[in-house]
Design a protein around this ligand. Structure first.
Ligand SMILES: Nc1nc2c(ncn2[C@@H]2O[C@H](COP(=O)(O)OP(=O)(O)OP(=O)(O)O)[C@@H](O)[C@H]2O)c(=O)[nH]1
Ligand SMILES: [Mg+2]
Length: 248
């Protein structure tokens, strides 16, 4: 499916970032994003982080009026619902492209222009750690195995040919997000990324993978939990069942 963007027009980019206790990271990331060549509008979705992430964002909003939005939720409700809340904030606006990324510098803001570039021919660009070889810095072997197995698992059950189905560094053409039913992406953890991918692929949109270097967080704590992993094991089967039911 082709982009509706006129050649020569500068795409308007929104960047959606879910945060929970990411103050130290966000204080470095927002300045980097403000300098980005794609001049993004930044939407932070914070779940009332005890470390004051939301207050830090409010300070940046005063310094960069009109370029940053904050969606505040009362308590920690998971990565998936946070990203959906960010999408709902931007899809009614006049953005052409919506980027998602983590706050912890695992996703390098410098790579955003490369991620956005293929959207002149694709509908979704995934920043992939695995396409054309593995590019991950500072991960333990067990974490690499978990991520690799998760991708193999998802590709086997859902028959994708996508090397990194669980990457949260993505760029969507905004009309794609407007056209799909976001209420159907109800996963709380990272299987939300697979669920959203399924909605995009089933709607007939095209996916392109862009090689990225992924660096393990240096500051702050991971939110990975047993519950998140359990959901990631069960969800692909639920998605397969939903796909088969939809065909009948
Ligand atoms: N609003 C919100 N953000 C969340 C929640 N859980 C995770 N996040 C954010 O989602 C992004 C990804 O979470 P991470 O903890 O870095 O997950 P991860 O990258 O799989 O794990 P690490 O590799 O250990 O960092 C980060 O920006 C988190 O702050 C949540 O419940 N609510
Ligand atoms: Mg992380």
């Amino acid at each position: 499916m082709q982009s509706n963007q006129e050649p020569g027009n500068v795409a308007r980019v929104a960047v959606v970032i879910a945060t929970y206790n990411e103050r130290a990271n966000i204080e470095r990331l927002i300045p980097d994003l403000m300098e980005s060549s794609v001049s993004p509008h930044v939407v932070i979705v914070d779940d009332n982080s005890p470390d004051g992430t939301g207050q830090a964002v409010q300070e940046f909003m005063k310094r960069h009026p009109g370029r940053i939005s904050l969606v505040e939720r009362s308590r920690k409700q998971g990565y998936g619902p946070a990203v959906v809340a960010g999408f709902r904030k931007v899809i009614g606006g006049d953005f052409d492209i919506v980027v998602t990324m983590d706050a912890d510098f695992s996703h390098d803001p410098v790579a955003i222009p490369d991620l956005v570039a293929p959207l002149d021919k694709a509908d979704l660009a995934i920043g992939s750690r695995y396409v054309g070889g593995i590019r991950i810095l500072n991960w333990s072997m067990s974490r690499l195995l978990l991520s690799s197995c998760a991708n193999l698992y998802v590709n086997t059950i859902l028959r994708y040919h996508i090397s990194d189905c669980t990457s949260g560094f993505r760029a969507y053409r905004a009309p794609v997000l407007r056209s799909i039913d976001l209420d159907r992406a109800s996963s709380r953890g990272y299987s939300f990324l697979v669920e959203l991918l399924e909605l995009v692929v089933r709607a007939g949109y095209s996916v392109h993978e862009v090689p990225i270097v992924y660096t393990e967080r240096r500051v702050g704590k991971s939110k990975m939990s047993r519950g998140v992993i359990a959901e990631s094991v069960i969800r692909p089967w639920f998605l397969l069942a939903r796909r088969l039911a939809g065909r009948r």
